[in-house]
Design a protein. Structure first.
Length: 467
């Protein structure tokens, strides 16, 4: 067959798509990534077709100008491009699609590296949302999952609330396909350093009384997650090899050592024994947040109830709730101060008009309920307050990978010395502030390196937004 991409039909054949790729298939596992580019050339799609039909011998189910459906054995692949939004969706479904997913991502990444010069971001759709039949699943930045694995974490948090196993989200990042090769770092005995590269050092050592070479990832300030990215490529390339002493992998697991000075020595500035403390994009975000996520958690009965409450609070019948009106509301036994009400509206005010409409109010209401539940989970003595150590656990459980020193500083910002700890209102204000701070950071960290450089003008502008 000869394919001329620009002569393909503009629209997909719905009968094929519905049959082979319905919106939801609970019996099958779905894995995928979404790529967002600065620019997505039209000719790039032709390269995808050539790679998967010719080189990988997949069977074509359906093809249109901006997408295709492929099948092979019991698995199916969907690839869709949107040249207006400059993004590409890549999904695979099957009973156990992890290996196919790895091949799919490896080939897509190779095509991007070979043919595209534009920068891009990668996101992982939340499989928990998909299992809940959500058409708008939460998107985890790939870098967030990578950083979590670097820090020996097994979960990330959907919308800051629901824990999701990284292994189920993305087996490529979690290295779950090579679990049989994992070893305990403490089982290795180190002898001496024998080599060094850009992102690692190599040591002579011993494992089970056998001489081995041990590569230690070199995370230094400014390196971001690139060492781990390169390390994964090396692992997946080496894992199929047959050798009397197959490779084992401990870096990133079981208390790995990070640093430029080798094992049992210090860490570079900004790093700890669990790696860098990066930003996380899970929790209730600032004005840029898609509050539809919280709205989608509501059932029809809740929405109807909230509509009557909204109407009662919207005293001037403007269709919006102001800071003053929100501060006058009762959420159970909770009433917000003007400062907290102003902060919460700032977070959920999508059009930045200074007030919130019904959908924004409904999303805010759901956020308040979820934060109340999180607060109660850590207020174990039912004192109505949570102390610093409890706040640290709550914040970290909520998806903010911050150092204890940073959490302590933020805690003191909202802490009232006259009280034993943070009350519910102060806890919600702290979470909203963290979400808004993280949103500002990600706005500035376009490269997702985990670091930003600010001049005085930018620094003052950020302070003005957060104050």
């Amino acid at each position: 067959q000869i394919f001329v991409p620009f002569l393909l039909p503009n629209d997909r054949k719905e009968s094929h798509v519905v049959k082979y790729w319905p919106p939801f298939e609970p019996a099958l596992q779905q894995l995928g990534r979404i790529y967002r580019f600065e620019c997505l050339p039209i000719e790039f799609f032709g390269s995808i077709i050539a790679r998967f039909l010719h080189s990988l011998e997949w069977s074509l189910v359906s093809c249109w100008k901006n997408g295709l459906l492929l099948s092979k054995d019991t698995e199916r692949i969907f690839i869709g491009l949107n040249h207006t939004l400059h993004h590409m969706k890549v999904f695979v479904r099957g009973t156990d699609p992890a290996k196919t997913f790895l091949i799919l991502i490896d080939n897509i990444d190779a095509l991007i590296s070979d043919q595209l010069q534009a920068s891009f971001e990668v996101f992982i759709p939340c499989n928990h949302c998909i299992s809940e039949y959500s058409y708008d699943p939460f998107l985890f930045p790939l870098v967030e999952a990578e950083l979590a694995v670097i820090q020996s974490k097994e979960e990330v948090f959907c919308r800051g609330i629901v824990p999701v196993l990284i292994e189920s989200l993305d087996p490529e990042v979690s290295l779950s396909l090579i679990k049989k090769l994992w070893i305990h770092f403490s089982d290795i005995t180190f002898d001496r350093e024998v080599g060094e590269g850009g992102f690692s050092k190599v040591y002579k050592g011993a494992l089970n009384e056998k001489v081995v070479a041990v590569k230690i990832l070199n995370f230094y300030q400014g390196s971001g997650i690139k060492p781990f990215t390169e390390f994964r490529k090396e692992i997946h390339a080496m894992s199929p090899l047959k050798h009397p002493t197959p490779p084992g992998y401990a870096s990133g697991y079981n208390q790995p050592y990070y640093g430029s000075q080798g094992p049992n020595q210090g860490y570079p500035p900004g790093y700890g024994s669990q790696g860098p403390y990066p930003p996380n994009q899970n929790f209730g975000q600032a004005p840029q947040m898609n509050s539809q996520h919280y709205f989608n958690m509501l059932n029809q009965k809740e929405i109807q109830q909230l509509q009557s409450w909204f109407t009662a609070v919207d005293k001037d019948r403007s269709g919006k709730i102001s800071v003053q009106e929100l501060a006058g509301m009762n959420f159970g036994n909770l009433r917000f101060s003007m400062d907290t009400a102003r902060l919460l509206i700032k977070v959920f005010d999508r059009d930045q008009c200074g007030e919130i409409g019904f959908n924004e109010y409904a999303s805010l209401h759901k956020f308040i309920i979820l934060m109340h539940q999180a607060f109660q989970a850590y207020d174990r003595d039912r004192s109505g307050t949570i102390e610093l150590n409890e706040a640290q656990m709550a914040v970290q459980q909520g998806g903010f990978l911050l150092s204890p020193q940073t959490i302590s500083t933020i805690y003191k910002k909202f802490y009232n010395p006259k009280m034993k700890g943070l009350n519910l209102e102060q806890f919600m204000a702290m979470c909203a502030f963290l979400g808004m701070s993280r949103s500002q950071f990600y706005h500035l960290d376009a490269a997702r390196s985990g670091m930003v450089h600010l001049d005085m003008d930018q620094f003052i502008r950020v302070l003005a937004v957060l104050s």
